[in-house]
Design a protein around this ligand. Structure first.
Ligand SMILES: Cc1cc2nc3c(=O)[nH]c(=O)nc-3n(C[C@H](O)[C@H](O)[C@H](O)COP(=O)(O)OP(=O)(O)OC[C@H]3O[C@@H](n4cnc5c(N)ncnc54)[C@H](O)[C@@H]3O)c2cc1C
Length: 364
């Protein structure tokens, strides 16, 4: 009965803009729209990746200045957070640790002047000239424009070669990994998540082996470039699709390579690394730190008809220079748009390009 009543509400409430996802991209967009007095609704678990799926004892990879939730007056800078909390404001090039970053996130979430509905979208379909969004609670919303900012959660990549493992978990499940004690663990991967998983597991008295086909590459990401070049890459995200193919390949090789920060070279010196796959049956757990694979088919909260009608490029919907897919009023932002706007979209800094532009377009 209650569900029926909610369904009957459809048609009365037309949301001008529904933002699906409350991570750095969704929130940054919401901040710009809110500052412009635009009407919108935002759903998703607030900063879920940062609160639940990063290792508490790690540091962010990006620097302070490139890890902030965007706002037109830069109201939510980490330096503002520090000074309002009586902390030393530090240098904008510092790498902040995850525990402090979570406090910063809570400070932002307490300050924003709008509500986030902390729920997942379970089905989005097109209905005439608008969208119908069904939430997990059964609530149904009607929206004129929809922005998909669902980040990494639907795209965990676990290669099939590990299917013989007794227990396999993706590195996204950091809390489960942090709980392992005294186990025999194989960590797979050559990136930062593999390095952090190994460090946490070793500190928790697990026996850790490592499988990475190649020696890792070490550098501090994303800024191992002169600052002005990095800023240029971010500011020119809109030109990315017009760059010569060779330059695009070069930028991907710098920003998208699997790397770990140089401090791990020393920290991991004593870990036994295999370059061919060891017998998985010898391990209590295999941790697959094998990244993310952005594919529209993983976004099962989009109705089949909607998904099948989108024009594609590789495995993701093709989006234009205004972030719009081939379906009018349906937008995609965040890491899955890397191939259209360049490697900065994989990082929080990309939201500083997206939020001011998209908020303006949505208000037109
Ligand atoms: C372990 C790890 C460490 C990283 N470290 C850094 C770093 O140091 N610096 C950096 O710049 N980048 C880092 N990144 C990259 C990071 O993915 C991006 O910077 C950023 O978090 C992406 O923001 P987002 O808003 O697109 O997505 P996310 O942060 O993934 O947020 C997604 C949002 O969508 C919501 N959502 C998901 N599905 C649904 C649904 N069906 N309905 C409604 N809402 C939904 C979630 O609840 C969440 O609110 C890291 C990534 C990982 C995985």
């Amino acid at each position: 009965m209650e569900l029926m009543a909610k369904k009957l509400e459809v048609g009365r409430l037309m949301i001008p803009v529904l933002i699906v996802g409350a991570g750095p991209y969704g929130l940054s967009l919401a901040n710009y729209m809110s500052a412009m007095g635009q009407e919108f609704k935002i759903i998703g678990k607030p900063m879920e990746l940062w609160k639940k799926h990063t290792f508490s004892d790690a540091s962010l990879r990006s620097e302070m200045a490139t890890s902030e939730i965007a706002h037109p007056q830069n109201a939510y800078s980490i330096q503002n957070f520090r000074s309002q909390n009586g902390l030393d404001i530090g240098k904008s090039s510092e790498r902040i640790n995850v525990r402090e970053y979570r406090q910063y996130v809570d400070w932002v979430l307490a300050a924003i002047p709008y509500k986030i509905q902390p729920e997942y979208l379970s089905n989005l379909s097109q209905r005439g000239d608008c969208f119908q969004a069904e939430l997990e609670s059964g609530e149904v919303l009607k929206a004129k424009q929809v922005v998909i900012a669902t980040g990494v959660a639907h795209h965990l990549n676990i290669p099939s070669e590990f299917s013989g493992a007794r227990d396999i978990m993706h590195s996204y499940y950091t809390q489960e990994i942090e709980a392992l004690q005294g186990k025999k663990v194989l960590v797979v991967g050559a990136g930062q998540s593999a390095a952090e998983a190994m460090e946490i597991c070793r500190n928790n008295n697990n026996q850790v082996h490592w499988y990475a086909r190649q020696e890792p590459r070490y550098y501090s990401e994303p800024l191992d470039l002169p600052k002005w070049i990095f800023n240029l890459v971010v500011k020119s995200a809109g030109l990315f699709r017009r760059l010569p193919h060779g330059l695009i390949q070069y930028l991907f090789s710098i920003f998208s390579a699997t790397t770990m920060t140089p401090d791990h070279k020393v920290k991991l010196a004593g870990v036994n690394r295999f370059s061919t796959l060891p017998d998985l049956r010898n391990y209590d757990h295999v941790i697959s730190a094998t990244g993310y694979n952005y594919t529209l088919n993983h976004m099962n909260f989009l109705a089949d008809e909607l998904r099948s009608s989108l024009k594609m490029r590789a495995a993701m919907p093709r989006i234009d220079k205004n972030f719009m897919s081939s379906m009018r009023d349906l937008y995609f932002i965040g890491p899955s748009t890397e191939m259209f706007f360049g490697p900065p979209m994989k990082f929080m800094i990309g939201s500083q390009y997206v939020a001011p532009r998209l908020s303006k377009l949505l208000s037109e």
